[in-house]
Design a protein around this ligand. Structure first.
Ligand code: SF4
Length: 640
C-alpha cells in the first residue's frame, strides 16, 4: 500500500503507537522553534527538570513578539532567554532580526524534518516539506529535552491544486478558499497534504503562506511535497545539502480529497472577526477603511513586498488611511532596498517598521475606536489588534496596497496596473548579524527579572468537583478571548497572577473577580473552544483561577493538549443539546473518581435538579495525568 508524505515522515520518527488514524502516537522532533513570548514557560519547565543542554538535533530561539520595551519587562524576558539559550546551547536570533516562522523557513526548515514549535503558526514550515507542529510551551520544553511529542494520528486530506493563479490573485487567496470551504473547524483532526499540477507554479514562500494559515482551519498541520521549487529555495540560502525529494506514492490512501482550481480564484477577503468569514473582495468593494497593515509571518516575503511596492509605485496613500508595513525578515528588508521597493513604499507615505510580529498581535499599530483595519495577518479575532472595538478584515497584500491608495476596499485588478513576475533569485542577501554567536556555557548565571513569576503549584484532582458554571460561552472561543493579546498584556505573559486579571475581559469584565470569589468553578463552552494560538497561558490562567473542568461541544487540538498538560479535565457533551440545559450560575457536580477513556462522566446540575453525561476526548494516559494535576505535576514528581 502506498504512503502519503505525512506517513513517510512519521514512520521514521515514530517511537510510540502505530500510524492508525485516531490512535495516540509519540514522535521525536528533529528541530524545535521558540519565540520570546511563549518560551518563558518553556524555560521555567526546563529549569524545573534541571536540563543541562538541549537534546534535540537543532533548537532555535527567536525574539520577535514582545518588542515594544515600554519598560523593563520585555528587556528582562530577553535577558532571561539569552541566558537560557547560552546555558542549553540553543541557536539564537538577535532580537528584531525577523519573524520566527519566516526566519526559520530561510535558515533551518528542511524537507522530511519534524519541527515542533512553541507557536501555532509553526506549521508555516510545511511549505518546504517539513512536518511541523505548533505546541504549547510545555510540549516545546519536552521536545527540547529530547522527549517524544504525543498526538492523535490525524486523518490525511489531499488538497489537489489545478490551474494557475491569475495576476493580482496571490497565494493567500488559496488558503482563503480552503477556509471558505471547510471553516475554522473543518481541519480539526486532519493534516492537509497539497498536490497537483497547481503546486508547480508556487514557490516555497507562497506555499508557506498557505500552510501557515492552515492553522486557521484547526488542522494539525499542512504540508507540500519537496520538489525543484524546494531545491531552488534551499539553494538561494546556501542550503542545497538540506534537500531531499519528497512526494506521496501514486496509490497513497487519503481520507478525503478537496480540489481547488487556481485559475478560477479571485481576490478574497475575510470579514470581521473570524478568518473563515470569506467573501469576494468585489462584494465589499467601496467600504471606507481607516487603516491598512501589511505584515505577519503569513504575508511579508520578498515577493509580497515587491508586489506591494509595484502597486504603491508613484501613488500616495489616501489621506484618511494609515498604512503600516512590517517586512518579515532582515533579508526581506535588504532585498527590498536592493530592488528599489523600499523607497517606493516610503514615498507612498507608508510607515515601515522593523521585521517583527508587531501589529499582528496588537503589539503596536492598533486601529482607532471602531476602526476598519485591512490586514494581511492570519487572524482577525475581536480585540487581537489591541483595540476592543476593531473591525479587522483579512486580505492578501495586493488588496491591502490597492485599498490603501483608494481609501476604500478595492479589488487590486481595478487599478489597471501590470502585475510583476517574481522568481526566486540565485542567492538571497543574508545578513550574518542575524544569529548571535553565543558561547555555550553550562554555568551561565540566569538573570530573571521581577516580572517572571514561577510556575504556579497545582493540586491533584478530587474525586468529586462541585462548582458554579462561572461563564457560559458560545462557539469558536479563541485563546485571544481567554488570554488577551495587545501591547498592554503581552509583557505580562510571564506573570500568571497579573495576567489572570485580564482573562476573558473581551467577553465579560467581571469574570476575574467572580472567579477569584468562587475559588473553584466550571466553564461551559460551545464548539471549537480554544481555537487560535498556542499560548498555554490560556490553560494556566483558568487553572490558576480555580477552574479544573471545562464542558464544551468540542475543543481545538492545540488547546486540548495544553489543558491536559496543566491539569484541566476537558469534557464533551454527548448530546449537543445538553449545552442548552445549563445556565451561567448553575451549580454543577462532576464525578471524577474513576476517569476512564471513552467512559461516560456524570454531571449533576444541582440548581436544575437534572443529570447529563459527557465524555472526555483524551486518552487514558492523559486522564491519568489530569488526575495528578496535569503532566506538569507528573514531571515535577519525577524530578523530586
Ligand atoms: Fe507573529 Fe502574528 Fe505570526 Fe503570531 S501570527 S507568529 S504574532 S506574525
Amino acid at each position: 500500500m502506498g504512503l502519503t508524505i505525512t506517513e513517510k515522515i512519521l514512520s521514521k520518527s515514530l517511537v510510540h503507537g502505530e500510524l492508525k488514524r485516531g490512535s495516540r502516537i509519540g514522535i521525536m522532533a528533529d528541530q524545535t522553534l521558540s519565540h520570546d513570548l511563549n518560551v518563558i514557560m518553556t524555560y521555567l519547565v526546563l529549569e524545573t527538570i534541571g536540563l543541562k543542554e538541549k537534546k534535540v538535533e537543532t533548537a532555535v530561539q527567536y525574539i520577535d513578539h514582545n518588542m515594544i520595551q515600554a519598560d523593563y519587562k520585555n528587556a528582562d524576558d530577553h535577558n532571561y532567554i539569552m541566558d537560557m539559550t547560552s546555558k542549553l546551547g540553543i541557536i539564537t536570533a538577535r532580537s528584531g532580526s525577523g519573524i520566527c516562522h519566516h526566519l526559520h523557513l530561510e535558515h533551518f526548515a528542511a524537507p522530511g524534518k519534524i519541527l515542533i514549535g512553541g507557536d501555532s503558526h509553526t506549521v508555516a514550515a510545511g511549505g518546504i516539506g517539513s512536518l511541523s507542529f505548533g505546541v504549547g510551551g510545555f510540549d516545546n520544553a519536552m521536545s527540547i529535552a529530547g522527549q517524544p511529542f504525543y498526538l492523535t494520528m490525524p486523518k490525511i486530506v489531499k488538497v489537489h491544486l489545478i490551474g494557475k493563479l491569475q495576476p493580482f490573485v496571490s497565494a493567500k487567496n488559496i488558503i482563503f478558499e480552503l477556509l471558505r470551504q471547510v471553516s475554522v473547524k473543518g481541519g480539526v483532526g486532519k493534516i492537509f497534504e497539497y498536490s497537483g499540477e497547481g503546486i508547480k507554479s508556487l514557490n516555497v514562500s507562497e506555499r508557506s503562506t498557505i500552510t501557515n494559515m492552515g492553522a486557521e482551519t484547526g488542522a494539525t498541520t499542512s504540508i507540500f511535497p519537496s520538489d525543484e521549487n524546494t531545491k531552488n529555495w534551499l539553494k538561494s540560502f546556501d542550503r542545497e545539502n538540506d534537500f531531499i525529494s519528497l512526494e506521496a506514492d501514486d496509490d497513497a490512501i487519503y481520507d478525503e480529497v478537496i480540489e481547488i482550481n487556481l485559475s478560477e480564484l479571485e481576490p478574497l477577503i475575510a470579514l470581521p472577526s473570524q478568518p473563515d468569514n470569506i467573501v469576494k473582495v468585489k462584494d465589499v468593494a467601496g467600504l471606507k477603511i481607516d487603516q491598512v497593515m501589511i505584515g505577519s509571518c503569513t504575508n511579508t516575503s520578498v515577493q509580497d513586498i515587491l508586489n506591494v511596492a509595484n502597486i504603491l509605485d508613484g501613488q500616495i496613500v489616501d489621506s484618511s488611511v494609515e498604512l503600516g508595513i512590517y517586512p518579515s525578515t532582515k533579508t526581506v528588508v535588504q532585498e527590498s532596498i536592493e530592488r528599489g521597493a523600499y523607497s517606493k513604499i516610503l514615498l507612498s507615505g507608508a510607515r515601515v517598521f522593523e521585521p517583527i510580529c508587531g501589529g499582528c498581535n496588537g503589539c503596536g499599530f492598533a486601529p482607532p475606536t471602531n476602526g476598519v483595519s485591512l490586514r494581511t495577518t492570519p487572524r482577525n479575532f475581536s480585540g487581537r489588534s489591541g483595540t476592543k472595538t476593531d473591525q479587522v478584515y483579512l486580505v492578501a497584500p495586493e488588496t491591502a496596497a490597492a485599498s490603501a491608495i483608494t481609501g476604500v476596499i478595492t479589488d487590486p485588478r481595478e487599478l489597471g496596473k501590470d502585475a510583476i513576475e517574481f522568481d526566486i533569485p540565485e542567492k538571497f542577501i543574508f545578513d550574518s548579524s542575524t544569529f548571535v554567536k553565543l558561547k555555550k556555557n553550562p554555568n551561565q548565571i540566569i538573570r530573571k527579572g521581577p516580572n517572571i513569576k514561577p510556575i504556579p503549584e497545582f493540586s491533584s484532582m478530587e474525586d468529586v468537583t462541585t462548582g458554579e458554571a462561572i461563564l457560559k460561552l458560545s462557539d469558536d472561543i479563541t485563546t485571544d478571548h481567554i488570554c488577551p493579546a495587545g501591547a498592554l498584556y503581552l509583557p505580562i505573559r510571564s506573570n500568571i497572577p497579573e495576567m489572570s486579571k485580564h482573562s476573558f475581559r473581551v467577553i465579560d469584565e467581571t469574570f476575574y473577580k467572580r472567579a477569584m470569589k468562587s475559588k473553584g468553578s466550571i466553564l461551559v463552552a460551545g464548539h471549537n473552544y480554544g481555537q487560535g494560538s498556542s499560548r498555554e497561558q490560556a490553560a494556566i490562567i483558568p487553572r490558576y483561577l480555580g477552574i479544573n473542568i471545562i464542558l464544551a461541544k468540542s475543543f481545538a487540538r492545540l488547546h486540548l493538549a495544553n489543558l491536559v498538560n496543566w491539569g484541566i479535565l476537558p469534557l464533551v457533551f454527548k448530546n449537543d443539546t445538553d449545552y442548552d440545559s445549563i445556565d451561567q450560575g448553575d451549580i454543577l457536580e462532576v464525578c471524577t473518581d474513576n476517569l476512564l477513556e471513552g467512559k461516560d462522566i456524570k454531571v449533576r446540575n444541582i440548581t436544575k435538579n437534572s443529570t447529563i453525561y459527557l465524555v472526555s476526548p483524551v486518552f487514558q494516559e492523559d486522564l491519568d495525568a489530569i488526575k495528578e494535576g496535569g503532566f506538569v505535576n507528573v514531571l515535577r514528581s519525577k524530578n523530586k
